[in-house]
Design a protein around this ligand. Structure first.
Ligand SMILES: [Zn+2]
Length: 234
């Protein structure tokens, strides 16, 4: 865990603490709100400053909106993965899409709950749910927002065949399909890096941070597979 020492009384405190529990000394700057434009810039050019602004902020603005947007993004990837338009007609309805969205929202919130309790169990430090959820969700900022840019682009290029393996977008236009996939992969790799440095900020140990980051991404992958099983596709 990332700790610092109070300059007045010498008590060790968790990096997110605002006030020393022993002497009441103010331990860091007060940040009130998260400015989305600023954070978009910081997480790209000054990730360390961006992370501090997010985790020190009193109000975690955009957290719910981002959770929903990320669930939409993950839902779209699942629909591509399960080749949605080739499925039986019983799946081709609005209720199925709502269930998929709810599945991912539930997954993201469960992940944060597990993280919160694991952290509390290991380090005996309570973090607010909003802080923990920010540690999970904010690294996915670009990944979530990419939905608003990449998905319309994919839809323009391939129409409903985005959701089909028959024919796959690679056999429709391999050049454009590779370009789009490459963009998705670059954003995903940067998301992995951001998740890792958020973990390093909290845990201060690179090896543990890498294991946790890897676990989050493996869980994401398996949840995608798990959804196939739930709806009876495997
Ligand atoms: Zn103190």
């Amino acid at each position: 865990m990332n700790k610092n020492t109070c300059a007045v009384c010498g008590l060790e405190y968790f990096i997110l603490s605002y006030k020393c529990t022993n002497c009441g000394n103010i331990l860091r700057d007060k940040v009130s709100n998260i400015n989305l434009g600023e954070i978009l810039k910081d997480l790209l050019f000054n990730p360390d400053i961006g992370i501090k602004k997010i985790l020190f902020a009193e109000h975690k603005n955009y957290l719910i909106v981002l959770s929903i947007l990320l669930s939409f993004k993950l839902s779209v990837l699942t629909l591509i993965h399960i080749s949605f338009i080739d499925l039986e007609p019983e799946f081709q309805n609005f209720v199925f899409l709502l269930k998929l969205l709810a599945y991912w929202l539930f997954f993201l919130f469960s992940l944060s709950f597990c993280y919160k309790f694991l952290f509390q169990f290991l380090f005996k430090v309570k973090m607010s749910f909003r802080s923990v959820h920010s540690i999970i969700i904010y690294p996915f900022l670009y990944f979530a927002i990419s939905l608003l840019i990449l998905f319309p682009l994919e839809f323009m290029l391939f129409g409903m065949y985005v959701f089909s393996n028959n024919p796959s977008i690679f056999s429709i236009d391999s050049g454009k399909a590779i370009m789009i996939s490459l963009l998705e992969v670059i954003i995903l790799m940067y998301t992995f890096y951001l998740t890792f440095i958020f973990q390093v900020f909290i845990l201060h140990k690179k090896s543990t941070s890498l294991i946790i980051t890897g676990s989050i991404f493996i869980l994401l992958f398996f949840s995608n597979e798990f959804f196939r099983t739930i709806i009876g596709l495997n």
